[in-house]
Design a protein around this ligand. Sequence first.
Ligand SMILES: *[C@@H]1O[C@H](CO)[C@@H](O)[C@H](O)[C@H]1NC(C)=O
Ligand SMILES: *[C@@H]1O[C@H](CO)[C@@H](O)[C@H](O)[C@H]1NC(C)=O
Length: 206
Amino acid sequence: MQLNIPLVSFIALAFTAVAANATTNTSSSVVSTKTVTYCPTTTPVPVCPPLTQTIPLRRMWNGDLTSHFYSTYGLEVAQFGTQGYSEEPPQGRVYATQVDGTVPLWRCNLNQGTPQIDYFYTADAAEFQAQVAGGCQVMPDPAAAGISQGIGYLHPRPQCNAVPLYRLYSSARFDHFYTINETERQNNINTGLYADQGITGYVIPN
Ligand SMILES: *[C@@H]1O[C@H](CO)[C@@H](O)[C@H](O)[C@H]1NC(C)=O
Ligand SMILES: *[C@@H]1O[C@H](CO)[C@@H](O)[C@H](O)[C@H]1NC(C)=O
């Protein structure tokens, strides 16, 4: 669509120029050289959404259940706060509504009975569907927070200054762990407690 607007303008301008010239001068050589500048010569730079459209990706931890929990919805954070979870630093910011160049961050619960609770998050729709098919329980979307899919939206690629949201997994703890902190990620891999599971997506820095 980006291309069509200048193109339409080009045609309109060319037509206007020809029409205007036709009354005074039948030569169209001036028209063609002038209007060439309206054609885009480079790929348009992606427009990054304003930061005012982002919300914190909040992280919580329950040591008794060895369970991390992530949410963008204040009431949910408050509710988990009454269930033994304490809040940790937010792991960047995600978009509250889906904007160009973003995908939903899906969530489900790999609950195998308390304390075997593991909240799982992914931006890969196929992986999410496979987990759900395998028994991962879909949690209600925080629709009250205006989020209709998952818990928000993030970039699948590094753009708009977004940083990697790393995913780690501990089978001993039955816990998926997400962080934007490179040191924290490396420390947890070095101890052998968590295994590197790559990058979930890219979030806006805090
Ligand atoms: C018509 O346009 C041509 C090309 O720009 C120019 O050389 C010529 O002098 C113009 N004639 C008139 C009558 O304006
Ligand atoms: C990153 O993690 C390290 C190790 O846990 C911690 O000392 C540091 O304060 C963290 N940095 C930020 C910006 O949170």
